[in-house]
Design a protein around this ligand. Sequence first.
Ligand code: AMP
Length: 605
Amino acid sequence: MQKFQDLGLNESLLNAISDMGFKAPSEVQEKAIPILLSKETDLVALAQTGTGKTAAFGFPLIQKINAEKKFTQGLILSPTRELCLQITNEIKLYSKYIKGLNTVAIYGGASITEQASQIKRGAQIIVATPGRMKDMIGRNMIDISKIDYCILDEADEMLNMGFFEDIQDILSNTPKEKNTWLFSATMPKEVAIIAKKFMNSPDEITVGSKNEGASTVAHEYYIASGRDRYPVLKRLADANPEIFSVVFCRTKRDTQRVAEKLIEDGYNAGALHGDLSQNQRDLVMGAFRKKQIHMLVATDVAARGIDVDDITHVINYQLPDEIETYTHRSGRTGRAGKEGVSMVIVTKSEERKVRTIEKIIKKKFTLKPIPTGIEICEKQLFYLAHKIKDTEINHQVDEYLPKIHEVLDGLDREELIKKIVSVEFTRFFDYYNKTQDISSPESSGESNVNPNSIRYFINVGRRDGYTWGSLKDFIRELTQLSKDDVYKVDVKDTFSFFNTDPEQMPKILEVFTDLKIDGRFVNVEVSSKPEDGSGRRSRKKDRGDRSDRGGRGDRRERSDRSDRSDRGKKFSDSKPGRRFSGSKDKKFSGSKSKPKSKGSRKGFS
Ligand code: AMP
């Protein structure tokens, strides 16, 4: 491994590097620094965020600039205000031993006159977002006509954000003979166009292979029906008690909605998207940095430039439209040599997109089962036990100990341990004990399920107030089948599915033939759809089944059966053919309890 001393860096920089605690150069630094120091050249560097690229261009830039001259010699363009501030901050740290070197950040949403006066005082290095930069050039507040170095950082992001023309305008105000260093995580054709148009036979370096994800990131995917995305997200969070994550959604609306639901469910979550004011975004980012927020739900645009080093998980609530965006998302974790996990929630039909991403990032995804309630409870329990063990004792409690002993008097060690862990654990247990596990459509062929099992369609669902548990009870009570006889109950909005072994089929069909409850037919038919139940039966089959049994018009009301007329109380709209609204029947409605597990602090949204 090379040392910083071998790269040709001067004493002031080496001292600053040592202050920062960097032990050895990263790959991009090892490759870029010697080239940039040894000659005047253009450079195209393909490197992810988190690989140390700021220093890869920052060190040579600082070393090459003449701090005794006050005019602007280096310009760094970055896509977001967030990244602009981070780069400025890093450059200031790297150049702290270089007297007279000034670095100024130029970005929107802050006072332009203040920024102009900072530049007037002398700024050898300007770090800017394209919009504000163009604005200031237009107002003659900035002179970049004598710069020697121009760095385009996260070039792909800048172009994604529609800055092509601004960049072109800005570059046209710079001297032709300057050097341009372009850093990009991916190489879409727009970036190649910029490189071709504005650069002169650039040197090229690649860290990893093009578009490749960081090697410290594990990629996982979970198959779920579209409707289960949110419960799956919750399970992923609950199964990882120490999660510190960015959750990516495709739209601002989804971002806001998911964040609100998480907050409502007791998680420390916050939303970050373009409909928020700069002030709101700053608050959310501040809270995220301080780890008051554990789940930052964000759009791709808003999350650009997030530079928080210890993000444990990136969760793709939905896959991005542009596959290349996945590289940026997953690059938010596994930074600075740390390990990270990028999780993707996909429907069965989106699975092929995962294969496409694998080809681009040259990494394999692992298909993971959705954590079950029992697994989550176990994880939480052991997390809790370790947390108790690792908690530093706060001696402020000492003076209260005699009184506490009085309160807890009579409890032995075993009982006390059980009670302590139950304080937190019961909330998870209660929730998951009442909640059906989500099986991936993928895993529908579980080995313990009879391969000849019959799948039924029933025309009642969530809107009638059913949960899987209450619907199972309802079917069992009518058919007198046992708990294990009715399984794979899958409640949809207005209809549901369930399974029995083939020998139960005659009974099921018999009980549900012409069954009318409160004026409404409760109809059960053998489903022609696969078991994920994502769609209704075909209309053809529907009609076929009905005609087999005499058609709707021939059905007789069966309310003479006392047990069924009781059930009839469930339905509040008795008009046949119309959707009926939610049941108020406590006995049948499932639990709505949620684990308020993530502390009581409200998130930001
Ligand atoms: P960047 O890719 O420039 O956003 O850098 C990611 C993080 O890694 C920043 O927090 C840097 O301070 C840090 N970093 C940069 N170079 C090194 C290095 N050689 N050793 C350790 N950390 C580094």
